[in-house]
Design a protein around this ligand. Structure first.
Ligand SMILES: NC(=O)CCC(=O)C(=O)O
Length: 308
């Protein structure tokens, strides 16, 4: 249990060496989708975007946060799917699995509202090239904010927070998953880097108040601090929606450089990831070796308790 942690007993496992990824260079697609109130249309629309991205050579396709439903607390229970039941109870999930299998690509399936027993989660599913579910991340940090006169959003009104950080070994490298507000918590990204992630994907729907200030800043910070790739994917902006998304899906490289980005309209970004840059950046700027573990440490509570 996390609460059993005693600092004086902590023996932090060493950071995982960066494993050679299964591919060095590949194309990633970020599908910045328009989302409507029509769930069936959203599913068909996403499927078409995934097919087009695969047609352009993308081996990894990333979708936005909550792409099958409006991003609204009242909509989450209505559009939620029972992923464990599958089939008719989970049409968005089934479409993603089938698309990954038919197109032989890896899919980071954005997120959808998930129903599990009495709980609802904001959940990202990762599918391998055979359509298998390889990982499932339930948003760990719920988006509860109140900026007077600007925006109030309380995900915790309907959603439950996930409990597990998620790193998935895919055919296109080791990928850490976070959902939107998760990007604000640098410890999660540090944890993924310590576990040897090559890339962190954050499906996200930032808002019109924080988006202009923080969206790119946070992505570049997570990438530069941890010397890995960061990919974000937002829904396209719909100014008539109850929640207006900032858009600006982006790919950032391990030097903190924006490699590809867009504005707020519906589009698919296709860009190249070159994992050989990870070693190169870390050689030129050897932060991992220069860390002062004698003064401060990241504690991976999951790994620590697994060792006991
Ligand atoms: N869907 C979200 O988690 C939005 C996060 C956001 O806008 C932020 O400022 O953080």
């Amino acid at each position: 249990m996390a609460s059993a942690y005693k600092p004086e007993e902590a023996r932090v496992p060493p950071a995982v060496e960066l494993r050679t990824p299964p591919v060095t260079k590949f194309k990633i697609a970020l599908c910045q989708l328009s989302v409507t109130t029509d769930k069936e249309r959203n599913i068909q629309h996403a499927r078409k975007a995934i097919e087009e991205a695969a047609g352009k050579g993308a081996q990894l396709v990333v979708l936005p946060e909550i792409w099958n439903s409006p991003y609204l607390s009242d909509s989450f229970p209505v559009y939620a799917e029972d992923i464990e039941a599958g089939g008719d109870a989970a049409p968005s999930f089934s479409m993603l699995s089938e698309a990954a299998r038919q197109l032989k690509i890896t899919i980071v399936g954005g997120s959808i509202p998930e129903r599990c027993g009495d709980h609802l989660y904001n959940t990202c599913c990762v599918f391998g090239t055979d359509g298998h579910l390889m990982g499932k991340h339930r948003k760990i940090h719920l988006f509860d904010i109140d900026i007077p006169g600007k925006i109030i959003f309380m995900e915790s009104k309907t959603l439950t927070a996930g409990q597990v950080p998620t790193v998935v070994d895919t055919e296109v490298g080791r990928i850490g998953i976070g959902i939107c507000y998760d990007i604000r918590f640098q410890e999660l990204a540090m944890l993924y880097a310590a576990r040897g992630a090559h890339l962190i994907c954050y499906p996200g729907a930032f808002n019109m108040t924080t988006g202009p200030l923080h969206w790119e800043l946070l992505q570049r910070a997570r990438a530069a601090d941890n010397q890995l790739y960061v990919a974000t994917c937002s829904p396209a902006r719909d100014t008539s929606a109850g929640y207006i998304a900032w858009g600006h899906s982006t790919l950032v490289g391990p030097f903190g450089e924006v490699l590809a980005t867009t504005e707020h309209e519906e589009t698919t970004i296709v860009a190249e990831i070159d994992y050989s840059l990870l070693e190169l950046r870390r050689t030129h700027l050897p932060l991992g070796k220069q860390r002062r573990g004698d003064l401060y440490q990241l504690v991976d509570l999951q790994r620590l308790s697994a060792q006991k």
